[in-house]
Design a protein around this ligand. Structure first.
Ligand code: NAP
Length: 309
């Protein structure tokens, strides 16, 4: 790093929605002397060059990381083992590695086995995104007024945690530091289970559609439309999240199923009191969520409309 806040070179591995948004945010806030981008496909590399996402687009991981003082992994979780093995021989000892992956505990254990104590991997997860993918989906404001959760290892270098924290703050995020296990449980209920429910309800409706012809699409009110938006999220990314956060997601599915049974019973037995009590309680939770984020003018996927001060 040239000084406390500027990196000489940041390498972004994977130029999809998150990688391209980071590239644009780094450029906008002048956080690095230069940026290097790696994408596996020719098509993505061509687009990245055309829209000038980074200072230089590289075709190999070796070239992409060799001069970097910060490497940010922005690829699906299933690519991590191969990717970390490939970049390891080409990293400088001082290079900080971070990521944006949506599940932590299992992935961190896998990565530790590969990089051991030699390199400092400081995992991070921006709670920001859209249902879109690819290099043209990115925008510099994606992380503004959104949380970024950093989940260090017990032995992570404190100075490097601070450097990664400041990086996210510079591009507009608020940072929370927590254990990977806690992160995975919180995200299982707030993000992973809602996506699983959306995938399932759209799938169920699609099956029904064979009976009702196009009625499901024709009469889909806003509730169902919202589910279809969430269920259009990238299949690779979400497959990887469920594979890598299995325990916490299974726990939340268990709790969800128990609560669903309570609702099922209440509907069956015309239990008006129970239905009213549950629906009133959830309404209060919604109010609390809005109140907690009242200064954030953003939609459900984190597209903030408020500019960085
Ligand atoms: P994306 O738009 O689909 O982009 C993924 C990128 O990774 C693409 O550049 C793709 O390359 C590359 N890639 C895919 N498989 C690869 C492999 N096996 N080896 C090397 N590169 C590979 O995905 P994204 O939404 O940016 O997500 C990236 C990461 O961010 C994921 O780990 C996800 O969990 C995390 N995340 C996503 C969101 C969200 O809402 N989207 C939010 C927070 C965190 P090509 O373009 O060349 O195919």
């Amino acid at each position: 790093m040239t000084n406390k806040s500027k990196f000489n070179n940041i390498a972004i591995i994977g130029l999809g929605l998150i990688g391209s948004s980071l590239a644009l945010a780094i450029k906008k806030h002048k956080i690095a002397g230069s940026t290097t981008g790696y994408a596996r496909s020719t098509k993505t590399r061509q687009i990245a060059k055309k829209i000038k996402l980074v200072s230089k687009v590289e075709t190999t991981l070796e070239k992409a990381v060799k001069n970097a003082d910060l490497v940010i992994i922005c690829t699906p979780l299933s690519s991590y083992k191969k990717l970390f093995s490939s970049i390891k021989p080409h990293l400088k000892k001082s290079t900080i590695i971070t990521d944006v992956g949506s599940a932590k505990t299992k992935v961190m254990a896998d990565v530790k086995k590969i990089i051991s104590e030699e390199f400092d991997f400081i995992p991070a997860h921006p709670i920001a995104g859209t249902e879109k993918s690819g290099p043209e989906a990115g925008f510099a404001e994606l992380f503004i007024n959104r949380w970024c959760i950093i989940t260090p290892y017990k032995d992570s270098n404190k100075k490097n945690i601070t450097i990664v924290k400041k990086f996210w703050e510079k591009i507009g995020s608020s940072v929370e530091i927590m254990s990977p296990e806690h992160h995975d449980r919180v995200l299982a209920i707030t993000s992973h289970l809602p996506h699983l429910i959306a995938y399932n309800i759209v799938n169920t409706a699609a099956d029904l559609e064979t009976v009702t012809k196009s009625d499901v699409i024709k009469y889909s009110a806003s509730g169902f439309r919202d589910f279809t938006r969430i269920a259009s999220s990238d299949p690779t990314m979400w497959r990887d999240i469920f594979i890598n956060n299995k325990e916490a997601v299974l726990e939340m599915i268990g709790r969800f199923s128990e609560d669903l049974s309570v609702l099922q019973k209440a509907v069956r037995w015309n239990d008006e009191d129970t239905l009213f009590k549950i629906f009133s309680g959830t309404r209060k939770i919604r109010k609390k969520i809005i109140a907690a984020g009242q200064d954030i003018d953003a939609d459900d996927f984190g597209r903030s409309k408020k500019k960085l001060k």
